[in-house]
Design a protein around this ligand. Structure first.
Ligand code: UDP
Ligand code: MG
Length: 316
């Protein structure tokens, strides 16, 4: 079985050597044909030089250099497109995720799963802030989106050819790859592991990128924020109705300042109407957005065909 390992690398010059050595050990153990695809995502250090060196020493290594920094998810996509394997593994260059877990992943795939992802039960060497925000991110994302995206996972996963082809059919630009694999819908399973600290270098996800990444993810898998105005408008109109009762009661029972009743009612009612019309716009914009993505409507998981001639089937 042909295996592809795809690794996006940005400014990882100190880690490439160790990475290739460790991955080669695993592919050697598996005695399978394999390729290790290293994608240089517009690095400004010597990452590409290291990749070139690795290509010279190991026949398994394939180097792909992007013209500029396009971000982790696009770099990963470039590697996935180039992959030729029947099974494809995705892993970060910093060896925070143990590639040795692949043995278990392959085992699960042999048992019929299409996607085996790693689930972090512990993150070592990461700040409390990063852990807390990541924790929150997966919970909010799941509350917002219509599909279930596995929590506390990264892009560390093994997928088969069928699932990869499905995901590659999705042409969208804002790519949240772990969500796209979940959305594709094939048989998935998680394996728990402890995430180690980075071997070399430092994180390429500063707060700014993390925020952009989460907004990409939430908008890619949910139009609920757009529809928020509709919900608020119902609340607002309900409050306006309650206020109308109160205002008329005050008008009849007490002396009120002239003009008070009409102003209060107008403000309450028209804020409700405004939110409602905004919400209606949101509903349309949301649908336009989904349509504009041009995602495939469905993927076929298996296909069974009977070889019997049609006439025989009819009489059976
Ligand atoms: N990465 C990339 N392009 C980027 C940012 C990151 O290719 O613009 C790669 C990086 O080299 C690493 C992986 O994506 O292999 C994950 O990044 P990192 O380890 O910094 O993220 P963290 O583990 O801190 O969330
Ligand atoms: Mg990392």
């Amino acid at each position: 079985m042909y295996l592809s390992i795809v690794v996006p690398c940005m400014n990882e010059e100190d880690g490439i050597d160790a990475l290739v050595t460790r991955l080669s050990l695993i592919t050697a153990k598996w005695k399978q044909q394999a390729e290790i695809i290293l994608v240089d995502d517009g690095s400004s250090d010597g990452t590409w030089r290291e990749i070139e060196a690795a290509c010279k020493t190991s026949a398994q290594v394939v180097g792909i250099k992007l013209s500029a920094n396009r971000g982790h998810q696009i770099a990963l996509t470039a590697g996935l497109k180039a992959a030729k394997g029947e099974r494809i593994m995705m892993i970060d260059a910093d060896l925070q995720d143990p590639p040795e877990l692949m043995t278990d992943m392959m085992f699960m795939m042999d048992r019929g799963f299409d996607v085996v992802y790693g689930r972090r039960i512990e993150r070592q060497g990461e700040t409390i802030f990063k852990r807390a925000t990541a924790h929150l991110f997966y919970r909010v994302l799941n509350a917002l989106s219509d599909i279930s995206i596995p929590r506390d996972t990264g892009d560390f996963r093994l997928v088969n050819r069928k699932t990869l082809d499905a995901v590659l059919e999705m042409p969208e630009r804002a790519r949240f790859i772990r969500g796209m694999f979940a959305w594709a819908g094939f048989k998935q399973v998680g394996i728990e592991y402890v995430r180690a600290p980075r071997e070399t270098g430092e994180t390429k996800y500063p707060l700014r990128k993390m925020i952009r990444f989460s907004i990409d993810a939430m908008t890619a898998f949910s139009t609920k924020p757009l529809k928020l105005a509709t919900r608020l408008s119902f609340v607002s109109l309900f409050i306006a109705a309650l206020m109308a009762v109160y205002v008329f009661r005050s008008l009849i029972l007490f002396q009120t300042a002239p003009g008070w009743a009409s102003v209060v009612l107008a403000v309450a009612f028209f804020s409700g109407v405004q939110l409602l019309t905004l919400g209606i716009l949101g509903e349309y914009v949301g649908r336009l957005y989904i349509e504009a993505k041009k995602r495939p409507l469905y993927f076929v998981s298996e296909e069974l065909r009977s070889n019997a001639p049609i006439a025989a089937k009819l009489t059976a």
